[in-house]
Write a protein that binds this ligand. Sequence first.
Ligand SMILES: Nc1ncnc2c1ncn2[C@@H]1O[C@H](COP(=O)(O)OP(=O)(O)OP(=O)(O)O)[C@@H](O)[C@H]1O
Length: 369
Amino acid sequence: MTESVAIELRNISKHYGDTLVLQPFTLTLEGGCRTVLLGPSGCGKTTLLRIIAGLETPDDGGRLIIGGEDMTDVPAEKRRIGFMFQAYALFPHMTVAENVGYGLRVRGTPKEEINRVVDKMLALVNLEKYKDRNVLALSGGQRQRVALARALAIKPKILLLDEPLSALDAQIRHKVREELAVILKELGITAVIVTHDQDEAMVLGDQIVVMEGGRIHQAASPTEVWQSPATGFVAGFVGGSNKIRARVAEGALNWLGTTTPVSSLTSINRERAEAAQTRRSGQGEEHNAELYFRPDDARLSSAADAAGPEVTVKDVHFMGNFVRVTAVTATGGLVKVNLPEADASVVSGAKMKLIVEPGDMLVFARPEA
Ligand SMILES: Nc1ncnc2c1ncn2[C@@H]1O[C@H](COP(=O)(O)OP(=O)(O)OP(=O)(O)O)[C@@H](O)[C@H]1O
């Protein structure tokens, strides 16, 4: 078990020249927890990781507190932080054991101690048998575990992992991410993991920080991010929700020509719908809200009396454990619907009703332009 330290990011922001790449924020990453930074390419995840590492300095006024100590001005090599970057950066001319022991060797650790730690780390990642093998003669997943063992060998207080699984193909990636989750949990180390893959974030994180355009949209548990997305961006990014422009007026949510009573929404969505109505009232036909719903939460019906907007089925793909349907709305937008099983009436060109239960609707005020 590693001593666990919290990371406090106080009033952190970052400019490169005139460009603001991280908007000011304050956030605590609990000691011993695994925090995942999740967001699309270019949202600032790596920049934030590099600030924690000491490879970038935050803008003036920002403070980085690690384990209660102000580390803002402490150089990277004095922070006791372990890294694992995207391409692992293993030393190709060295064996597995030499790679894992590298950080200890450069610190002048006695040989016996290095051997002891290397053995322990290789046991942790299940690679004892490969100790004397050259790293080039390993699979991608094995190299990834060597990189993890090397990062952990220096007994870091904090472990930073930048897209640790990006070099692996889809099949092995699933297996390795489960292994990584188990190892990090067992170690109880404070870890910060960057990914743009929401499944990976769900498996690896105790806390997920969802970022976009340099802004933190939400920092919460995987369950909370899934069940109560804080913004439309989170709703759309996590779970691949459909987004429909809507208008709230006179207690009703109008979307694609259909009306859903605001009173039938869940309480948080009802509040947001009411706020959208208040904020943008009296502005004619303008859309003042956005409706999101997950593909799994939508159905298609050919029943004449089904209540819901009409859509035209475009594509139907059998995906193994579900059927993915893409349909076109009356306004030309696309919606995705996941059906639990094949339905003979759902074929390309069929006109069907799109059904979404009010309890599954996520409503947000439309962001100001
Ligand atoms: N040294 C730099 N100088 C100027 N701009 C930079 C520098 N490093 C990063 N940026 C810009 O800052 C923004 C955030 O980059 P960052 O690498 O943090 O994003 P990211 O979310 O990690 O992206 P990815 O998932 O593609 O790695 C990007 O728009 C990027 O172009």
